[in-house]
Design a binder for this molecule. Sequence first.
Ligand SMILES: [Zn+2]
Length: 274
Amino acid sequence: MPELPEVEVIRRGLASTLTGRRITRVVIQNRRLRLPLPRGRLKGWVEGGEVTSVSRRAKYLLITMESGARLVIHLGMSGRLAVVTAGTPPRDHDHVRFVLDGGLELRFNDARRFGSVQVVTPEGGDGAGLFAGVGPEPFSRAFSATYLLARTRERKRPIKNLLMDGTVVAGIGNIYANEALFVAGIDPVRPAGELDRDDCRRLVRGCRQVLERAIACGGTTISDFVNSSGVAGSFQCELQVYGRDGEGCRRCGSPIRRRVLAGRAAYSCPGCQR
Ligand SMILES: [Zn+2]
């Protein structure tokens, strides 16, 4: 499942390809995604318009058109966005094709159909509540040690579960929560309320460090992530704990252990994390 770094890697690829280009035609192959594709809005607000910017909020990609309308895309579990040359044979599960000027096409492919493509009009139509309750971006000033300390007070949940809660901080899933806790030297099972200010400072820094490095590596490819040009990421080679149960810690040599928290695997080093 793509997490924040993978979505950011795709955003960067799309920003350089799409900005200033016109979407000349929208071809809908299959409307039945997690949310039905808004055919009328795609035809009325996106077709024929020029892309002015590509941004990201949490794990949503926001493609802004010259009209001020926004195409809002979520990749779900298996969604892919690929820029290909027009005439490239369609693949199974290509649900929408955005035909671009200059002989290119942007294709949204999603085998499991948990992804979504929405259109928010310049007046905000159908964007209501889209980002309501979404926590601060990990790279924003709002995600500070003071903020995290406040959000963890009196909380008995393991810190790893809290970190993966999108209302606390946006876009951190299982891989990066495990890695950030290792960098911060904090045991994933520790009750969140036990963290002190210094722990929170190290954890905020750990999240940013891990996410930044993953973006620089083009994301993490465990099963099939590729960027918008079809290139896999390489951060999986730098994982310190995720998926390494039984292997030696790269820092102290202790075997990495795997436990299950809220149904998700928690990996940690008993020597480096308290
Ligand atoms: Zn260790």
